[in-house]
Design a protein around this ligand. Structure first.
Ligand code: BTN
Length: 320
């Protein structure tokens, strides 16, 4: 009920909506409307109430729960179901459990903080309360497991578009899927897949964005930042989550047409922070250096070394 009331209040274009209209459209009593409005106020929504005019949403708090995000979702499959937890070990871990239990394609797990946020290569992902986005999208595709790594690049494109739309600063991609503002990493993505022979059970795409963090520990502050530290802008995280889901679904649908990145490659390369720069490929067997030339249709990084071209499909790349 909160989701529906909040959606109507958000969509009122700054006009008052009468209690009667809310109760009729949502088919609940006026008392229920009044109780729900009061409950929303307790969450920090500033809602004006004027007799004979109705309710007007004045300000919204920076919260990321199911009704905060759900009331912004405009349709589509991503975010139709939202599972929110204040504090869990990892949204990826919970998403995997829910996917096995039958939660639908497009379900999103969101947490306000994670006690054991997981990064790539077994690293931890710092997940402080109240300032970041920690979310995982459950996907149940019917394409080949070989396609899964490309989803991470689509998610990176979506995060970049969402940030650029809301904050109006360039949000570049460090191949394959870190988002950087200036030269600081502000987002990481961890994609995990459950397969049975050559069939995908599910894929979870976990996205962690440093949004309003005021500062970073000494050992991280040269490489990590938040949208706030890099732009001085504070934004509501629910609004950013909705945009990320919107763009992720958009890119996912484009991807489904060809099952590769041929239709988004040009956009991806425009955002690629490494493009035409010297990169160091931290290949576990043989590290090497070269010039990054963009991505292939399958999302591999094209690296030119001494007039030879190599396609990098794994291993970490650092801008020198
Ligand atoms: C990386 O940069 O190493 C990837 C970080 C991915 C972090 C996100 S936060 C939401 C989701 N849950 C996790 O435990 N990890 C991902």
């Amino acid at each position: 009920m909160k989701t529906a009331i909040l959606r109507m209040l958000r969509n009122s274009n700054e006009n008052y909506i009468s209690g009667q209209k809310l109760s009729e459209q949502l088919q609940v009593s006026r008392t229920t409307v009044c109780n729900e409005v009061n409950s929303l106020r307790e969450y920090g929504y500033e809602i004006d109430a004027v007799s004979r005019k109705g309710y007007l949403l004045k300000t919204t708090p920076d919260i990321v729960n199911d009704f905060a995000v759900g009331s912004l979702i405009k349709g589509g499959e991503f975010g139709k179901t939202i599972v929110y937890k204040d504090d869990i070990p990892s949204t990826n871990t919970l998403a995997k459990e829910l996917a096995e239990k039958g939660y639908e394609h497009g379900t999103v797990v969101i947490a306000d903080t994670q006690s054991s946020g997981r990064g790539r290569r077994g690293r931890n992902f710092m997940s402080p309360k109240g300032v970041g986005i920690f979310m995982t999208v459950i996907l149940k595709p019917d394409f080949s497991p070989y396609c899964a790594p490309m989803l991470t690049l689509l998610a990176a494109l979506a995060v970049s578009d969402a940030i650029e739309e809301i904050v109006e600063v360039p949000a570049k991609i460090k191949w394959p899927n870190d988002i950087v503002i200036g030269n600081k990493k502000i987002c990481g993505i961890l994609t995990e897949m459950s397969i049975q022979s050559d069939y995908i059970n599910n894929i979870v795409v976990g996205i962690g964005i440093n949004v309003n963090n005021p500062s970073f520990p000494e050992e991280l502050k040269n490489i990590a930042g938040s949208i706030f530290t890099e732009t001085n802008k504070k934004i509501n995280r629910d609004v950013l989550i909705e945009r990320v889901l919107f763009y992720f679904e958009k890119y996912y649908n484009i991807f489904l047409e060809t099952k590769d990145l041929s239709n988004v490659k040009v956009i991806y390369n425009q955002k690629l922070v490494n493009l035409d720069k010297e990169v160091k490929v931290l290949d576990p067997t043989e590290p090497y250096e070269g010039i990054a030339k963009g991505i292939t249709d399958n999302g591999e990084l094209i690296v030119e070394i001494n007039n030879q071209i190599r396609h990098v499909s794994s291993g970490e790349v650092s801008v020198r």
